[in-house]
Every structure is written in C-alpha cells, then in structure tokens.
Design a protein around this ligand. Sequence first.
Ligand SMILES: Cc1ncc(COP(=O)(O)O)c(C=O)c1O
Length: 411
Amino acid sequence: MNNQDLINITKEFGSPVYIYDSERIISQYKRLINAFKPVRNLKINYAVKALSNLSILRLFNSLGAGLDTVSIQEVKLGLEAGVDPKKIIYTPNGVSLEEIEEVAEMGVQINIDNLSILEQFGSRHPGVPVCIRINPHVMAGGNTNISVGHIDSKFGISIHQIPHLMRIVENTGMNINGIHMHTGSDILDIEVFLYASEILFDTAKNFKDLEFIDFGSGFKVPYKEGDIETNIEELGEKLSARFNKFCKEYGRDLSLAFEPGKFLVSESGKFLVKVNVIKQTTSTVFAQVDSGFNHLIRPMLYGSRHEIHNISNPGGKERFYSVVGYICETDTFASNRRITEIKEGDILAFDNAGAYCFSMASNYNSRFRPPEVLWHEGKAHLIRQRETFEDLVHGQVPFQFETQKAKKMSK
Ligand SMILES: Cc1ncc(COP(=O)(O)O)c(C=O)c1O
C-alpha cells in the first residue's frame, strides 16, 4: 500500500477513513507463531477489543486463531464471524453472574477474575471448566492506565488469596482447566515478564487438571523509528524453553495461550484525514483536520504517539505543526511535530491506527464514525460504511412535548 493507494482510498471512500492492511496482520500473526515454534500446543486468541470489525475476526478465523473477548457482545461478534465457541475465551472484569452464565451456555471458555463470582459460579455449575485470572502483582506495562498487574489493580485474583481460592475450588468441586495472567500493555522488559510467568507456574502447580496456561498479552509495538518494542523472538525462545520444562514437571503437555491485540493489528492500520484549515497563531501553526478525538482518542486518553505523514506532499520541506481536530474541546493529536509542508486539502496519514482506534470511536459532537476499509491482495474493500444521519437518530424515542400554545388553549 503506497501513498498513491492511500490517496485513492480517500477519493473512493471519502475522509476521514480507516484502512487496514491484511498482509501486515498475517505477517505479525506468523511472527508470533514462529517465535513459539518449540511449544507443541500454542493458542493465539486475538483480543477482539483492539479492532472488532467482523471482517477482521473472519481473517483471524481463517488463520486458525481463537478469540479473546471481554463482553457477551464481543462473544456474539465472534460467533457471527463463524468462530467455533470452543476457540473463544471470555475474560470479563466486574460483569454480572448472569452474563457469565449466558456466555458459558454458548460453550465458550470462561475466565473468572474474582473470588465472589468464582464461588457463585462454581456452586451453581461445578461441571463447567473454568480458567482463573491471577494477579501476580508484577507491573510489566509501561503506562499506568494500561498496566493491570500491579498491587492496586482491580484485575485478577491476588496471588496472596490462593489459599482462599483453593478452598472455593475444593468446596464447590469445580474444575479449573486454565490459569491466566495479563500484566498490562507495553511490556518493555522480558525479564520482568518471565518473572511474572514464574509466579504463574508456581500457582499452576496447585491445580491437577489444567489444560492451558494463558500469559495474556501486552506486547509493545514501535510507534516511531528507533522505538523500543517487545522482543518477541527472544521472549519466544526463553518462555518456550521454560514452558516445555514446566510441562515435563507437571507430567502433561499443556497449551500455551496468548491474547494479543495491539501486536497483531496496530501496525496494519492507517487513519487518513483531510486538512480543513491551516491556522497560524502567534506561537503555533495548527493543521486542523476533519476528525477529532471522537475518532481516535488515544493521544488525548493516554498520551499515545501516532506518527503523522503528509502523504499529499511527502517530499516537501519539513515544518513544525500542531495537528488538532474539530471537536469543541482541546483535541490535540500531535504538538509541534515536524511534518512536510501542509496545505489545506492535503491528506494526512496516522500510523498505528489498527488497535484501539476505531474500536474506541464515538459519535461525540454528533459526528459520524468513519468507514473502515480492508486492503487485501492489492485491492481496497469496504468493510464498514460511514455512518449516516439515520444512524445518529436510530433507536432514539422522541418525546412529544405539548406546545405552550396548545397548553393555553386546553385551559
Ligand atoms: C485481559 C486482556 N487481554 C489482552 C489484552 C490485549 O492487550 P494488547 O492489545 O496490549 O495486546 C488486554 C488489553 O487491554 C486485556 O485487558
């Protein structure tokens, strides 16, 4: 997909628009599989939350991946995409027992992350195999908003509560078939991750009927040239060896599971916007685009960096710009970024727009959510239409007020 292809996509589908390159998704998936080749049973469950378009789920299904889901709606999207319920794991946080029971009935693997629901679910359905999410209290992620393994985190069952957990398992007679952790996004240090894995192995020894150990995700991808990324190949080599050794000690071959989102789809995506206004103030040159944090919230939500390229003038002279949106609040995509000279009407391409971009988009300011396009085998395919005014009013039930005039007349 070159710059001209991207410009053509904006001509065909308008702007703003999301575009995903299937080849990049496939190559990331293969990279992960290759890194863990020494493990006999590897399960990659794509984290639906990152990008939940049905065509993307179908692509992962065609590759043989399973799905990691956090809501019953994500489970239903997976089923709609044709994924076998046995290949879906459901890892909710703080949802009702009723929702968990409904998902269990669909034949999906349940993962429970608190003792209260574990006890209630185990008492009512001792025959349903359950995975448990452990909190190893290791902070492997780089950003506090997306680090979930630390001591104050609301996620998982604390390793300090293992005795309590074991009492629940014994009293209910439930079957624990998996053990899970997810320490948070942006793993920078493999040794820290391996340390958390040791805690998981130690915990696993308590359960005699395990089928899999799920190491969650949090692989960091690069956002700019020279950026640190999780060294998947090194992690694969080290963790595979340690996992195989553990299986020997355990006496059985278990499956090793991961549930990456960002690693698989982040770099496949680009977000294309058009520059509406160039506004020169006394201190800054703003490039105001036809989008805002309603379509891509990550920079405003947790300071994420997305590289921005002016694909209408790639060879131009570089200048400093603040790229901002059209939302009625501070809405900054990038401050004082070096970008090739921008004119009104130019198309800007945001990198790393595959994960947590469209899936976090909203209708704030009553704007339509953009279309999504899949670039597959050299062609652009529309996989979600741009919303319309009908979508904005769909589901609303207008209340009929009596006018003041009608009120007076009825007196
Ligand atoms: C339980 C769980 N698994 C997997 C993921 C996917 O993480 P990432 O996109 O960093 O791979 C998340 C992200 O929030 C998560 O909470």
